[in-house]
Design a protein. Structure first.
Length: 320
């Protein structure tokens, strides 16, 4: 990608981020992590308690990005057919026709995804991986650019179901929003006192720009030493005594794509080790399942990942 085109795209991303900040108040790391997922095409999972702005953050990005948007409220009675669609009998055509489900949009907000049963949650698997759905043996392609952002309540909350490991592994980025600071909470009250700023948002970027950015991200150069570093991290998670389930090959691919996006946002055409270290906290820990002994000792996946990376040599002498 030419430097001038890269610069123009970065200006659009800057405008996008500024618009998100005009509505969402709080965690800058959360906003950056969300953009890492969105601009790379990695689906995002936001885990936190209700009411801290998870849905607001997602809807702000959707409206600002100008993508065809659908919000799916996950509840215990939601069925797979409600999401992917179903075939129904048409009295006019005297034949079965396909009735599209809510997934047939570019930007999907799966709100409180873990309030639905595992059967319903699994209806997202094919769409998130293949960007398509299969109903009665026929495959339907989803519109591009396709992106899923899901919100999740803590598993200890009433009416929640654990997300299957295969589902969690399809989310490339995962983070929490957290409570705002005192000054931020006062700003939230002021900003939403008279009207909802979400209602006035206009798109500041077009779908074609999102596709161009995603293509540009994949063209960011990655030295073989960086690839070896990522593989070393993955293999360490599979042999660590505190970890029961380590990184999958898919997780390693997601880590590579995320660090390419980090480099792209930093106006670089190549990845450096710091890019990998910066994205590890939002790409890896949610996929890791610790052994019972580690959980009893109140050890977190993030801490274990940090420890095993500290034992690895950081790549040097990279080509650009």
């Amino acid at each position: 990608m030419a430097q001038s085109e890269h610069k123009k795209l970065l200006e659009k991303i800057k405008t996008l981020k500024e618009q998100i900040n005009s509505v969402f108040v709080g965690n800058e790391i959360a906003i950056h992590s969300l953009l890492i997922g969105f601009l790379s095409g990695l689906h995002v999972l936001i885990e936190d308690i209700p009411g801290v702005g998870k849905t607001t953050l997602a809807k702000t990005l959707a409206k600002s990005a100008g993508l065809d948007f659908a919000r799916i409220q996950f509840t215990p009675d939601l069925l797979p057919g409600d999401i992917i669609g179903m075939t129904v009998w048409s009295t006019e055509k005297r034949d079965f026709i396909f009735k599209p489900g809510a997934i047939m949009h570019q930007f999907i907000l799966a709100d409180e995804v873990n309030r639905a049963s595992a059967r319903t949650q699994s209806s997202l698997l094919e769409s998130m991986q293949e960007h398509a759905v299969t109903v009665d043996g026929k495959t339907y392609t989803l519109p591009e650019p396709f992106f899923v952002i899901a919100t999740q309540n803590p598993i200890s909350f009433t009416g929640t179901f654990q997300l299957p490991e295969a589902q969690v592994d399809r989310f490339g980025v995962c983070f929490s929003v957290g409570y705002p600071s005192e000054s931020e909470e006062e700003l939230i009250l002021s900003r939403f006192k008279e009207k909802d700023p979400l209602l006035e948002l206009k798109a500041v970027i077009e779908p074609k720009h999102v596709m161009i950015i995603r293509d540009g991200v994949r063209k960011v150069f990655v030295d073989d030493k960086i690839k070896s570093f990522i593989v070393a991290i993955a293999r360490k998670t599979r042999t660590n005594s505190k970890i029961r389930l380590g990184m999958s090959p898919r997780a390693a691919q997601h880590l590579l794509l995320a660090c390419q996006t980090e480099a792209f946002l930093a106006a670089r055409t190549y990845v450096i080790p710091e890019d990998v270290l910066n994205v590890v906290p939002v790409v890896i820990p949610h996929r890791i399942i610790l052994r019972a002994e580690a959980r009893v000792e109140d050890i977190t996946a993030a801490k274990v990942i940090q420890e095993l990376i500290a034992g690895l040599a950081i790549p040097t002498g990279l080509s650009q």
